[in-house]
Design a protein around this ligand. Sequence first.
Ligand SMILES: C[S@@+](CC[C@H](N)C(=O)[O-])C[C@H]1O[C@@H](n2cnc3c(N)ncnc32)[C@H](O)[C@@H]1O
Length: 248
Amino acid sequence: MGKDRSGGRPENGAERRLTGSPREFQFHGRRSGHRLREGRRALIENRLPALRVCDPAAEEPVSDLASLFAGPMRGYWLEIGFGAGEHIAAQALARPDIGFLGCEPFVNGVAALLAKMEAGDIANIRLFDEDARLLLPRLPEGVIDRAFILFSDPWPKKRHNKRRFITPKTLDALARILRPGAELRFASDDMSYISWTLEHMRRCPDFSWPAAGPADWRNRPADAVETRYERKALAEGRRCVYLGFRRN
Ligand SMILES: C[S@@+](CC[C@H](N)C(=O)[O-])C[C@H]1O[C@@H](n2cnc3c(N)ncnc32)[C@H](O)[C@@H]1O
């Protein structure tokens, strides 16, 4: 995106590529919280298996997104770390002709989204209940039209910064699956993570940031809904920043 187009890339590009193997990184977040109520547990057991994008343990490529959905889709959008699913559910409800892929390893969040899908009769979401870094390398090239990373864990302590989702490797993996012209939306209330993301994007030749002025990053995009973390941040008086990057 910016002047330094090398992005600090190692000589051998393969060294920095995600492969989809669980051995190459560690997931540092929570996988479960409070005990699931009976109804939610039943959703995980009975509904989730048929709604999975793929078997997280299989390490096999996902060859065709169209076959995941009942009818033809106009495009495919991806949300990474959907939390309790309020954003992906609202987007999917508003756009039944878009196929949504949602990644979230936190089982309580997955159950919350399944409950929303059932309540809203939402049929155009498929789930990956594991670390998104396992899915990205398995998706076909250039198939995603929009991706969302909203209020991703900021890992504010310096020694934990490297756990952040935005890294050269994940940006490479995202660049591979996003079609040219696609949008990558990132939002956060953590100014250190915002700066980190802008700096990583500046070094990545695959993305540009077409913002013209503060109105472009101070306001939530008109078609987006507030997420749980965003609501909490705003209630506690923190400012949120919304970045929209374009795949070159
Ligand atoms: C701070 S929460 C924000 C949730 C939601 N986006 C919101 O704004 O309310 C971050 C979420 O990202 C998920 N997450 C963290 N690392 C992830 C990864 N590598 N792949 C997929 N999801 C991840 C966490 O489990 C958590 O639910």
